[in-house]
Design a protein around this ligand. Structure first.
Ligand code: MRU
Length: 368
């Protein structure tokens, strides 16, 4: 996607052929800057501190973290240690584990002197595959948006509500939840997006709004509590969100607050879709609420908030009383019964074991 007319992916290898460049998402939307990752620890910190975030991009960054680790030490012990370090950074996003398994698979049977090249090659493939997957999700989601547009008076926009940032910044390009929106916009369909601000880190207000604005897609940022009201008044045609981990039965872990939107959508008959690459399916799990580990992050993310002052400086302020304890659960689980469909790279699946098995027969039964 483009920033001020310049096409970007969210992660790339620099001309030195070694270091890896990322967009620092903690500085957006106020400052666009990139950061160079030179070591395994740089990559782990970028994931942990959320310079990069979003399940697919976490996976891609972890893959390059392995490349950087192999440069320093291509031994089996170093590979295992790097995988352990990276796996501990973000517990909910299963794409992280998937990417590390892929890297291990690509390197395990290689001679030590082949490992660096093999690591960079597999990491690049993971990125290219992610772009192709997101585009395919976009095409399948576009068909849904077309159907809804066709049922509306000509020219009236299709109103999509999304939560958090499952946009191109969360992937290598295109995004998951936003890919259908970009495809619809590019195809000339009138589309408008309600962007949940997504406390506590405001990925909707700061990242999704930034992306949509740069692409020219009509949108409005709304406080997290607004979606239910909009749905009651017929102002949302469909919800599309992303996911960090989906069970083999179609339960969906996504950014905290997603479950409440799904409940509101269910109560108001609004279709609630989840867009996901199959790399975010955890085929070993059947009950998302009971089994998906939910990351808890620093209370500072709730009690403090950053923004740009009228003078143009970036400032962080505290918004809670001194001494008030804070709890910060980063994700929640939306049960499959509240999900209208799962938009995958192979098509739209019913959110059920049978629905996913029909699209991914080769994986079905892995955890059953
Ligand atoms: O904590 P984050 O910002 O990494 O959470 C991201 C989300 O919840 C996204 O919606 C999810 O990863 C899907 S990204 C394509």
């Amino acid at each position: 996607m483009k920033i001020d007319g310049v096409p970007y992916r969210t992660i790339w290898v620099n001309e030195d052929g070694r270091s890896v460049e990322i967009i620092d998402q903690t500085a957006l939307p106020h400052v666009f800057r990139t950061v160079t990752l030179k070591t395994l620890e740089d990559a782990a910190a970028a994931i942990r501190d959320m310079l990069v975030r979003g399940a697919p991009l976490i996976g891609a960054t972890a893959a390059y973290g392995i490349c950087l680790a192999m440069r320093d030490d291509p031994s089996d012990d170093a590979l295992d240690a790097a995988c352990r370090t990276l796996a501990a950074t973000r517990p909910t996003a299963v794409t992280l584990r998937w990417a590390l398994d892929e890297m291990r698979g690509a390197l395990r049977n290689r001679a030590r002197d082949e490992r660096v090249a093999a690591a960079y090659a597999r990491a690049a493939e993971i990125c290219d595959e992610d772009v192709a997957i997101s585009e395919a999700i976009g095409e399948h989601g576009l068909a849904l948006i077309r159907e809804i547009a066709a049922a509306k008076p000509p020219g009236e926009p299709v109103n999509v509500l999304t939560h958090c940032n499952a946009g191109w910044l969360a992937t290598v390009d295109w995004g998951t939840a936003t890919a259908p929106i970009y495809k619809a916009f590019n195809a000339g369909l009138p589309v408008h997006v309600w962007v949940d601000e997504t406390r506590p880190r405001n990925q909707g207000a700061s990242l999704t709004a930034y992306e949509l604005g740069h692409h020219g897609v009509g949108h409005a940022v709304i406080a997290d509590n607004v979606g239910g009201h909009l749905m009651q008044h017929g102002m949302v045609d469909l919800c599309i969100v992303g996911t960090d981990r989906t069970t083999a039965t179609g339960d969906v872990a996504n950014k905290i607050g997603t479950y409440l939107k799904a409940l509101a959508a269910h109560d108001n008959g609004v279709p609630f879709y989840v867009a996901l690459p199959s790399t975010t399916i955890d085929w070993t799990l059947a009950d998302g609420v009971a089994e998906i580990p939910i990351e808890q992050r620093s209370g500072d993310e709730v009690s403090r908030i950053a923004g740009r002052t009228d003078a143009g400086d970036i400032a962080t302020v505290t918004i809670t009383p001194a001494g008030s304890p804070v709890a910060n659960y980063a994700f929640d689980v939306t049960p499959a019964r509240l999900v209208t469909g799962l938009i995958t790279e192979r098509g739209v699946a019913e959110a059920s074991r049978e629905g996913l098995a029909r699209l991914f027969p080769e994986r079905a039964g892995e955890g059953a």
